[in-house]
Design a protein around this ligand. Structure first.
Ligand code: NDP
Length: 296
């Protein structure tokens, strides 16, 4: 193996420590406690795990955590009424509606009902537009965390060839936008891209956000490239399940200059950036200086 391992777990701990320090300062100097409200509709087991760990980490950095668990049959009107209440609540600085929502609820409608200033997931159409035009916005957590890892490892990214695989609104598109805003030359690939390995081979930076275990193999990687593996895939192995990324770790690590592992790479950065976005939203709401290094 030649690649350096990019330790997202350790970097996420430094981000959370920065958030905790800023939160302590807000309380000491202004008597303000940032608050994050998480709304979970239904009983999806994976979502329940995510919501629990978000709540735990929110409290660990000194912020207030508000959990709202609604039954799977909750009506759109009731969910919208809750969001309206949270929008008006001054103790709530960030609102996150856990996705996916049950099929009878329109996720776009629900997300766009959140006050854009409290949209810590960065999915509101206004924040998407602000990011797309290079203006200050709330930035989706997974791409923001990936960008932080890239900047930490590579320094300024200007001029680098970046290839993002996956064009979801949650990861691929905002990732491409952030890299473009950092003056990379960006190619955004998807399931209809022709000869994907050839396209990926020209990249200095590869971000894989596909959802296909081990799809990207070492022969796709330019020697020395930096590989960010966003994928989280559960594979069965000897009666157990194991988490693997979208990149075949062994073969990619033999060629790349650096690579994020799964688990322990991008995953921990996502929650850390959610906390970062919440403290940033709180500072903006109160007209106070934002913490440095937690926004693009
Ligand atoms: P989506 O399913 O929304 O998007 C997947 C994208 O991959 C689509 O754009 C799709 O193309 C593209 N794709 C699918 N098959 C291929 C293929 N054979 N070749 C090229 N492109 C392909 O997934 P998400 O963006 O939500 O998530 C991607 C991965 O990241 C998942 O494994 C998910 O679990 C993980 N994830 C990890 C997070 C973390 O915290 N680390 C957070 C969020 C997601 P098309 O648009 O043409 O269909």
């Amino acid at each position: 193996m030649t690649a350096q391992i990019i330790d997202g777990k350790a970097f996420a701990a430094t981000v959370r420590a920065k958030v905790a320090a800023h939160v302590a300062g807000l309380l000491a100097s202004h008597g303000i406690i940032p608050g994050l409200a998480v709304v979970l509709v239904g009983e999806d087991p994976a979502s329940q795990v995510y919501v629990r760990s978000k709540g735990k980490m929110t409290v660990e950095v000194g912020m207030a955590s508000f959990e709202h668990r609604l039954t799977a049959s909750t009506s759109e009107a009731d969910l919208m009424a809750l969001i309206d209440d949270l929008n008006k609540d001054d103790t709530v600085h960030g609102i996150l509606v856990q996705l996916p929502l049950p099929g009878h609820l329109n996720a776009n409608l629900v997300i766009n009902a959140i006050d854009p200033a409290k949209d810590v997931d960065g999915f509101h159409i206004l924040n998407v537009g602000l990011l797309g035009t290079g203006q200050k916005s709330m930035v989706p957590c997974t791409p923001l965390g990936s960008l932080m890892l890239l900047r930490d490892h590579l320094g300024p990214l200007a001029g680098l060839e970046a290839v993002v695989i996956g064009r979801s609104n949650i990861v691929g598109k905002p990732m491409a936008q952030l890299l473009l805003n950092d003056s990379c030359t960006v190619t955004l690939c998807h399931s209809r891209t022709r000869d994907l390995p050839r396209v990926v081979r020209r990249a200095d930076i590869v971000v894989a956000a596909v959802g296909r275990a081990g799809m990207v193999t070492g022969d796709w990687i330019k020697p020395g490239a930096t590989v960010i593996d966003v994928g989280i895939n559960r594979v069965a192995e000897g009666g157990k399940t194991r988490l693997v990324g979208d990149c075949d770790f062994a073969s990619c690590a033999a060629v790349a200059g650096a690579i994020t592992p799964v688990p322990g790479g991008v995953g921990p950065m996502t929650i850390a950036c959610l906390l970062a976005n919440t403290v940033t939203a709180c500072c903006r709401a109160n007209g106070l200086a934002e913490p440095e290094g937690l926004t693009p």
